[in-house]
Design a binder for this molecule. Structure first.
Ligand code: 3H9
Length: 692
């Protein structure tokens, strides 16, 4: 075996040349990898003893794509296209041997090989769309030539990782070889290619499938229409679609040029910059500076959940899905039965949609032990309390739990606002207590705010961070403060939305501006969906907010067809003249002079205070880094990933601009807009949040 460079080896086995890449963690196409590939293929092609060439990777995966960390920097070494040209023009057959994930530029390298063999656990995909890009190394031109236009459209716009079996069925992989025997299998395949003198077919020359779609623009129009809602606001899906159109309508080399142009358009834009930032931010959020990776963890083999309501049930499902047994507790038999019934019904609905088998449903339900006795939690390694959001009740539960839970068990309180330290203080083991803020529906939403108390031990934090991943969540560690990161910032936006409708805007104006910004819905549409009467007590009502007045008029939201909006039988919303009247009347009684409010003001009043509050959160150390705050907002509140989260977006707008507006609002509208000291300092020093 000869080293070509630090990450590439070349060896010859019989008459087969083997190029091996070893560039952890994911064999991304860094300058060194590209150089190594070019050197190794040059050597293999020049070696007269070599009749065919196998490209294989060491480590956990085949090439997982271009090296995203190099984007935006000056390129060194050969370009990916240079390397692909060497491989594609090789006079000797090239076989890509795939394990792990062949993604993005990785799959594009495999697509310039003549054949692709893989192990059954391998996957392939072009996930560039997820970082606001498109496959810029011929992927959009070669993929449809193998899998056809419809499948290619789906793959490039979803970024899905296609499992080996499906990839084999669609011709993307030519052969599957035994798991764990990729090297031997690929060499045997190469030998057969040589022995049978198989032709040097190139993907670029396969025209049948793209020609079949030529002259049928309706394929693309139908695809755009069917996915319009999903693609809303994003630039990358449309550019990906245009590339597949180019593959159909242009000769191969022209198609490549079109792809390059559309790729560069995305690469230089702010959306991809935001989406790449989010990719790394999500991974960064898993790293806690004072809780190193090798911190001991507590084995969690059994979980207890107290409360079988909507939250408790959803939380339990996460663990059942991961194969972890759950004991669920309720005080009353009927509530327990109802809660367990809802869990079963949720699973059965999923099974009806074909995403679970009935057998899976039964397996999951068999892991669930319902009980009315807290003592049943004595053998649980982690217990999550999900009872009513009232401090007194939570304290009572934790006092009991302290006496029942085994030593070392993690005691978690699921809360959206409450002081985790105050709850921990009623136990004899505050080091075992942590907050878990699951988002509703808890079995669906990816975000989990983990709330670190003053005394929470590092082992507990490390365990919960890892366990969150096991149950498919994106954990973000936050500190104790009212509403933590997400709801604390949300309160800023909600407050301004309420003020704006009294000062001159209407609910549908505020909602439209925020929807157009990219949020899934505005605050008033959201209230209608959730129900205006949540937390409203008819006995104590005092007409003190517009929402209260609407509840008093029996306008309860979508569920009874009227809230801030009027709804038809299909739940389509229309602005309500009644609500308009209520708002005008309400403002008049409070002597609020209504005026014209621009869309720009709505946006700035709702979002700048959020950026400012984020800065305060950072200043107080309640979030570790600004990017953690962005991860909270993207995964918990549907902030559009293409603007990177509130903190990234604030920088995109310009922190100086945000600060200047906050100062103006502060002078005109009062202390709600008091700029954070951190924001002032960063602007004065010309720095960004990452320097905070
Ligand atoms: C592209 O290919 C463009 C081309 O079409 C055109 C070019 C002209 N680069 O996720 P993990 C790091 S665009 C650099 O925790 P897993 C990651 O940051 C690219 N670094 O592991 C992490 O680092 P750390 C298209 C990368 O097992 C470590 O590797 N490809 C890259 O859960 C482990 O990652 C993609 O978009 C990269 N490309 O998942 C694939 N990828 O340890 C993106 C990963 O310091 N990658 N890292 O935190 C993935 O989807 C997942 O990482 C993968 C492994 C599924 C591969």
């Amino acid at each position: 075996m000869a080293a070509i460079n630090a990450v590439t080896d070349f060896s010859v086995e019989g008459d087969i040349g083997v190029v091996t890449l070893n560039s952890p963690p994911v064999n991304a196409l860094s300058a060194a990898v590209r150089e190594g590939l070019q050197g190794a293929f040059d050597a293999a092609i020049a070696d007269a003893a070599v009749k065919a060439i196998v490209l294989i990777c060491d480590g956990k995966t085949f090439i997982a794509g271009a090296d995203i960390t190099e984007f935006g920097k000056a390129m060194t070494g050969p370009s990916l296209q240079d390397v692909q040209n060497v491989i594609e023009n090789s006079p000797k057959p090239v076989i890509a041997a795939i394990h792990g994930t062949a993604l993005g530029g990785g799959l594009e390298v495999a697509l310039v090989a003549n054949y692709r063999v893989a192990v059954p656990s391998a996957k392939a995909g072009l996930p560039e769309v997820n970082i606001g890009l498109l496959p810029g190394a011929g992927g959009t031109q070669r993929l449809p030539r193998i899998v056809g236009v419809e499948k290619a459209l789906e793959m490039v716009t979803t970024g899905q990782h296609v499992p080996a079996k499906a990839a084999h069925a669609m011709g993307l992989f030519d052969e599957l070889v035994e798991e764990g025997k990729l090297r031997e299998g690929a060499i045997a395949f190469a030998k057969a290619v040589v022995a049978e003198n198989r032709p040097l077919k190139k993907v670029r020359d396969l025209n049948e499938k793209v020609e079949a779609a030529r002259g049928k623009p309706e394929i693309f129009e139908a695809f755009r229409k069917a996915n319009a809602k999903k693609f809303r606001g994003f630039m990358a899906p449309e550019n990906n679609i245009k590339c597949i159109e180019a593959a159909v309508n242009l000769p191969f080399d022209e198609g490549l040029k079109a792809e390059r142009k559309l790729f560069m358009e995305l690469m230089t834009g702010s959306q991809s910059a935001a989406q790449r930032y989010v990719f790394f931010a999500e991974r960064q959020a898993a790293k806690i500076p004072d809780v190193p990776d090798d911190t001991p963890t507590i084995p969690v083999k059994k979980v207890g959940v107290i409360g079988a309501g909507t939250m408790g049930g959803g939380i339990a499902m996460n663990f059942l899905n991961a194969g972890i047994p759950v004991t669920i507790i309720e005080a009353k038999q009927e509530n327990l039965e109802r809660g367990v019934g809802i869990i079963r019904k949720n699973y059965e609905n999923t099974a009806k949609k074909g995403r679970l088998t009935q057998d899976d449903v039964e397996k999951r339900m068999a892991l669930l032990t319902p009980s009315m006795e807290m003592e049943a939690l004595a053998d649980c390694d982690m217990i999550i309390e999900a009872v009513f959001e009232l401090m007194e009740i939570k304290k009572e539960v934790f006092t009991k739990l302290d006496k029942i839970a085994k030593p070392g068990a993690i005691l978690a309180t699921n809360t959206s606002y409450l002081d985790v330290d105050a709850i921990a203080a009623v136990t004899s083991r505050p080091e075992s207590v942590i907050g878990t803020h699951f988002f509703s529906p808890a079995n669906v939403m990816r975000l989990l705010e983990l709330v670190r108390g003053d005394k929470t031990s590092k082992d507990v934090i490390a365990t919960c961070m890892k366990l969150s991943k096991t149950i498919g969540k994106v954990p973000v560690l936050v500190g104790v403060c009212y509403g933590f990161v997400g709801n604390r910032m949300l309160a800023q936006r909600q407050r301004e939305a309420q003020k704006l409708i009294l000062e001159g805007a209407m609910p549908w104006d505020v909602d439209r501006v925020l929807y157009d910004f990219g949020l899934p819905m505005g605050p008033f549409a959201m209230s209608d969906l959730a129900g205006l009467d949540i937390g409203w007590d008819p006995a104590k009502t005092s007409s003190s907010t517009v929402r209260e007045v609407l509840c008093e008029m029996d306008r309860r939201g979508q569920k009874n067809g009227k809230g801030f909006y009027d709804y038809d039988e299909n739940r389509n919303a229309k602005p309500s003249p009644v609500v308009e009247e209520v708002i005008r009347d309400f403002a008049e009684k409070r002597q609020i002079q209504r005026r014209e409010i621009t869309d720009q003001e709505i946006l700035e009043r709702c979002l700048y205070p959020m950026v400012n509050e984020g800065a305060k959160i950072l200043e107080e150390g309640k979030a570790i880094r600004a990017s953690d705050i962005d991860i909270v907002w993207i995964n918990g509140y549907g902030w559009p990933v293409y603007s990177g989260g509130p903190m990234f977006w604030g920088e995109l707008v310009g922190l100086d601009k945000v600060l200047a507006k906050m100062k103006q609002f502060h002078a005109e509208l009062g202390d709600d807009f008091k700029p954070s000291a951190l924001l002032e300092r960063l602007v004065a020093e010309g720095k960004g949040f990452k320097d905070a």
